[in-house]
Design a protein around this ligand. Structure first.
Ligand code: G3I
Length: 323
């Protein structure tokens, strides 16, 4: 039977992709076998390897070993690549977050970083997450060294620097909890409008979609949230999809609900012209960031910890096949 990327492409999406865990690919052959199958995953994104703390841990010292794991894997397998992420408050080395900068000196630091990292991967990235998670959960601009130094001017600055460094990749704003179409979504719309009003280039908005079983919005409501950004002339994508159980082990009823929730997310992308693809943030319950951040929660993926396809996998394949 057909696998997810093939089904997604047949349904009109550009790709169905996954994050690659750099610590996992060389230590788990079952993980590698599924990840390397381009009929299953047509695009890869590095879970950690292209972040600032990894690529420029001290000023001017660039390191690409970890990011190259994903880039090389994608190249070898004929898969696409999403690139993640340039300007983010988290996994930002302390020499940046704790520095005392003027606008001029921080601009130069950002320019050097963006030129080097985007330059290293030039021509390989379908898209770059240029600015990540700049809106806080209570829907104000997230505090960071960038906000402190520039105010909201760092949004347009980041996109302008990215465009100069690689003019041929799609430039994205990427965030979570945009799916609920609440105050945080309003603020992300405001961010896009600020960038556009400054005449800076922005191509897309990534909906991370770190969601919860039973609390995932309906397919129609998800589509409504996506359309707020396509209405501004942008493409959209689900970039980090996972749907976690809040209590474990999951009953079979909860597993079925998880399947419906996954189908609603993928279905909403199919319903919106301008939604280009879906990326899951990992694919097996064996390896996930979730228990580290939400103790006791998890099993948020399409495969169980023994690499059996879950109800969620079947639901995703069905919704893609039905298009
Ligand atoms: O690399 C070190 C390793 O040397 C050390 O032994 C180990 C001990 O804790 O830590 C390792 O670093 C961890 C890193 O992942 C690599 O595994 C960090 O502690 C851990 O905090 C880090 O977590 C990552 C998290 O981003 C950090 O913010 C997750 O793997 C990654 O899945 C997660 O991804 C983010 C997206 O980038 C943005 N959106 C939200 C998403 C989920 O939080």
């Amino acid at each position: 039977s057909a696998q997810l990327n093939d089904l997604a492409v047949r349904a009109g999406l550009k790709y169905f992709g996954t994050a690659l865990g750099e610590g996992t690919i060389n230590s788990d052959s079952q993980y590698a076998a599924i990840l390397n199958d381009k009929t299953m995953f047509g695009q890869l994104v590095p879970e950690n390897g292209m972040k600032w703390e990894t690529t420029e841990p001290s000023q001017g010292q660039f390191s690409y070993g970890s990011g190259d794991i994903t880039a090389n894997q994608a190249k070898k397998n004929g898969q696409g690549l999403r690139c993640h992420t340039l300007v983010w408050h988290s996994q930002l080395p302390s020499w940046v977050s704790g520095g005392s900068w003027t606008k001029a000196t921080l601009t130069s630091v950002m320019e050097t970083h963006i030129n080097n990292v985007m330059g290293h991967y030039k021509g390989q990235c379908y898209a770059w997450d240029v600015v990540n998670e700049a809106v806080s959960d209570d829907a104000v601009w997230r505090d960071s060294v960038f906000l402190k130094t520039f105010g909201t001017d760092y949004f347009a600055l980041s996109f302008n620097l990215a465009k100069k460094a690689d003019p041929n990749t799609k430039l994205y704003y990427n965030d979570y909890n945009l799916e609920y179409n609440g105050a945080k979504t309003d603020k992300a719309v405001e961010l896009v409008k600020l960038v556009q009003a400054a005449g800076a280039p922005i191509d897309g908005v990534g909906f991370q979609a770190h969601l919860i079983v039973g609390s995932t919005p309906s397919r129609a409501n998800l589509a409504t949230a996506l359309k707020r950004f396509t209405a501004l002339g942008l493409e959209v994508a689900y970039t980090e999809l996972d749907i976690r159980h809040e209590s474990l082990p999951a009953s079979s009823a909860a597993a079925a609900t998880q399947g419906n929730d996954f189908a609603n997310v993928v279905g909403s992308c199919l319903d919106v012209a301008g939604c280009v693809g879906v990326t899951v943030w990992g694919f097996t319950d064996k390896h996930s960031w979730i228990p580290g951040t939400f103790p006791g929660e998890g099993d948020a993926m399409l495969y169980d910890a023994s690499y059996n396809k879950k109800a969620a996998w079947t639901s995703v394949s069905s919704v893609l096949a039905a298009k």
